[in-house]
Design a protein around this ligand. Structure first.
Ligand code: C2E
Ligand code: CA
Ligand code: CA
Length: 738
């Protein structure tokens, strides 16, 4: 434009060229010159840029167009009057370049002067950015006659450019990956975040179709939907499963939007996306955690219920049964107690693995917590198939587990309930399987049991019993009866056996044989056993103080042996009542010795150190090897009363009783015959050389008061006995109870 202007100017001002035009065009119109100048002036006057003409010394403005008033915000008159006002409106910081231009000797000015944009501060304070180009205009001899200039208001373009630059920078630096494609989907631009995410460089991506990244997990319908959405002018959002250059699959959360021109035609697509792999992984992990057991990775109760629900729905259609197995590891608690929780956890993992190999792929195993598992067998037609599977599982669990250097024998008890036979809904089915499992436990463990309705009733009873027992200790419902033991043949009492009694309000007498197992299962035997030992020792102290020197035998169940602190409690009781250890005897059963655990052996060691006497109760009914008799601090064998009962009629029982006495003799142990009910039984036992006897024939178990009377009659001289009996101690009746 400037070139044209300049040549136009030259032509217009140069008389020679005017003459040439005139002659060439054959025009000799008197107004030619003035008319052209007029047109030009109008053009200059209204152009959006400011057009100037200066004298070469810049001291006079010969012409300035109308735009000046718009850009500078001042009337042109003012400029004409004082030609440097335009300069004074320039921001002081931007004036240097202009001043340099003005002060340059005019013949050294270049052909074109281009000043960097400067700020013009309008009188009202508004700032405009202006760029100025100036052109010295020379005559034929090359002397500068005028200086023309064009000033352009670049405020808008400048901020648009700046915005573009910012936008560009933002996209380049964005954490979001950005891709721009043409309307065929060919990549025209990718930002660094996109390169980073995909592993491809810009050069590899430009000109490509984003199909290059497809991971193969979406079907054709997915891409068709995408294409239809964006070509119809809408945005498409999805999590794509794509493949990086390295081949890794990743998740890309992406929005693809069409870019439309002013006619609404799609010209480009712009996609913004980010790597959602971590997010997706976290979501998947959380989802997994919500439905799985952390330790074993097996489904948890929630997922199991879900699968069971589905199985039940399915079974309504295919009329198949839905068997559910409750599985409880038999000796897991012992493992935890002896090997510690870390190894216990490992055992659980191994158990879960083994279980996993015993079911079919469609079946579901879940861990309910602790050592309890539940199994859903799918597609079973016959009950026999269920029991086959159960027996396979029980057998598999009779094999040991190996953790570190330990060989762990667990065994498992399995309870089976079947939908719809045993229960009509999930909760009842769970309960039924649980009940059946407890029956398997009761039946000696390492076996499986099916649920039946009468079993459920029994369990309900048991639940009530346990609840009542939990309160019995607090409510002071327990009492101790004592049954004397006498020397044979003299009949002199040596000790009494402390027997637990539960005086349950509103209930008939219940034998401890019935409720002790509930105490053991619930662990209540531990506090109750402690209470009983303390009370029995206190009672013996009292009798000693009255001159009746008897010992007390306390029954200790295996559960108490497992509990740490048994020996400590024994020591505590002896000390509290100032009793020598020989006055306290602990009765244990042989079955305790079946479990050859370190824990039990440690307790034995501690008791031996205390000088405790240990008796084997119900001797002859257990299955243990006899070698322990030599190794452990055992001093007493109590012949089980079943052998004594039939000793007169069953020669085998007689032989067993006789063998036990001989064994005791040989090992230097005291042998006690239990359950002696008659003179005849006593007469049969005496020749064997049995040391002591216990039974209804001598005395029934009695409360403490009656026992005291009974003992005083046998242990005290007449005077002392009289004194003892005279003491106030409530009603004293004859020695019999129950
Ligand atoms: P046990 O240790 O064998 O106790 C002896 C049981 O035989 C007692 O039954 C006693 O009353 C009964 N008995 C004594 N003499 C005769 C007799 O001549 N004929 C017959 N038929 N029975 C006789 P009880 O008191 O019902 O106790 C039953 C079982 O309960 C006990 O058998 C013992 O295993 C358990 N038990 C009792 N008290 C405790 C206790 O404090 N702790 C533990 N852990 N178990 C206990
Ligand atoms: Ca006993
Ligand atoms: Ca016994």
């Amino acid at each position: 434009m400037m070139m044209k202007l300049r040549s136009a100017w030259r032509r217009l001002t140069d008389p020679l060229s005017i003459a040439r035009y005139r002659s060439r065009l054959g025009l000799d119109h008197p107004h030619f010159y003035t008319e052209s100048a007029h047109c030009f002036r109008i053009l200059a006057h209204y152009m959006p840029q400011v057009f100037w003409v200066w004298t070469p010394d810049w001291q006079r403005v010969l012409y300035v167009s109308l735009a000046y008033e718009r850009v500078w915000g001042q009337p042109r008159d003012k400029l004409i009057q004082s030609p440097l006002t335009w300069l004074f409106s320039v921001h002081p910081e931007d004036r240097a370049a202009i001043e340099a231009m003005i002060s340059t000797p005019v013949d050294r000015l270049p052909e074109t002067i281009e000043l960097p944009p400067f700020r013009v501060v309008r009188p009202a304070g508004e700032v405009r950015w202006v760029s100025l180009q100036a052109y010295p205009l020379r005559d034929r001899r090359g002397r500068v006659q005028r200086i023309a200039g064009i000033a352009t208001d670049v405020t808008e373009t400048r901020s648009a450019e700046r915005r573009m630059r910012q936008l560009n920078r933002a996209i380049e630096q964005s954490a979001e990956a950005v891709v721009i494609t043409d309307k065929q989907g060919i990549i025209e631009y990718v930002n660094p975040a996109f390169e980073k995410m995909t592993g491809y460089g810009q050069a590899e991506l430009l000109g490509q179709n984003p199909r290059l990244l497809q991971g193969g997990s979406h079907d054709a319908a997915f891409y068709k939907d995408l294409w239809q959405t964006v070509t119809s002018g809408h945005s498409f959002f999805a999590t794509f499963i794509n493949r990086r250059k390295s081949g890794d699959i990743y998740h890309q959360e992406e929005t693809i939007s069409p870019v439309m021109d002013e006619h609404g035609e799609v010209t480009h697509f712009i996609s913004t996306s980010r790597d959602a792999t971590r997010l997706v992984e976290t979501q998947e992990r959380l989802h997994h955690m919500a439905y799985h057991d952390v330790l074993t990775g097996l489904p948890n109760r929630v997922l199991f219920r879900d699968r069971l629900e589905q199985a039940i729905v399915k079974s309504k259609r295919n009329r198949r049964i839905v068997p559910v197995m409750f599985l409880d590891l038999d000796k897991f608690k012992d493992v935890n107690d002896t090997l510690g929780h870390a190894l216990g956890d490992q055992v659980l993992k191994l158990a879960a693995e083994r279980l996993g190999k015993l079911v079919r792929p469609g079946d579901t195993i879940a861990r309910l917590g602790g050592d309890e598992f539940i199994i859903l067998l799918e597609g079973m037609g016959r009950i026999e198939d269920v029991s086959d599977r159960a027996s396979v599982i029980v057998n598999a669990f009779s094999r040991p587990f190996h953790v570190e250097q330990h060989e762990v024998f667990l065994g498992c008890s399995v309870g089976i309930a079947i939908y719809p036979n045993d229960a009509g809904n999930i909760d009842d089915l769970f309960r039924a399987a649980d009940t059946a499992m407890y029956r398997a436990k009761d039946r000696g463990r390492s076996n499986y049991q099916f649920f039946t309705a009468e079993m459920a009733a029994k369990v309900m009873q048991r639940v009530g019993l346990e609840r009542a027992l939990r309160q019995a200790l607090d409510n002071d419902e327990f009492a101790i009866h004592y049954q004397p033991r006498v020397t044979l043949p003299s009949g002199v009492p040596t000790s009494v056996e402390a027997l637990l009694r539960w005086e349950r309000p509103g209930h008939d007498y219940m034998s401890p044989a019935e409720f002790v197992s509930a105490l053991e299962d619930t662990g209540l035997i531990v506090p109750v056993g402690k209470w009983l030992m303390d009370k029995a020792c206190g009672q013996v102290r009292e009798w000693h103080d009255k001159g009746m020197r008897v010992g007390v035998a306390v029954n200790v169940s295996s559960r108490q042996f497992w509990e740490p602190g048994l020996a400590d409690h024994v020591a505590h009781c002896l000390e509290k009542y100032g009793l020598e250890p020989r006055w306290l005897e602990l009765e244990i059963t042989e079955n305790l010795l079946l479990e050859q655990s370190d824990r039990i052996m440690t307790t034995f060691g501690a008791l031996e150190e205390l000088g405790m006497r240990i008796a084997i109760d119900d001797f002859g009914t257990g299955f243990s090897s006899m070698s322990y008799l030599k190794r452990l601090p055992i001093l007493v064998l109590k012949i089980d009363r079943s052998f004594v009962r039939d000793i007169l009629t069953d020669p085998e029982d007689m032989a067993i009783a006789s063998a036990i006495v001989s064994l005791g003799r040989a090992l230097g142990l005291t042998v006690v015959a239990e359950g002696v009910e008659s003179e005849a039984q006593l007469q049969a036992l005496l020749p064997l050389g049995c040391d002591e006897g216990q039974g209804y024939y001598f005395a029934r178990p009695m409360d403490a008061v009656k026992t005291g009377v009974w003992l005083s009659e046998r242990l005290l001289a007449d005077n002392a006995k009289r004194r003892y009996l005279a003491q106030p101690r409530g009603a004293v009746r004859m020695a019999s109870e129950e």
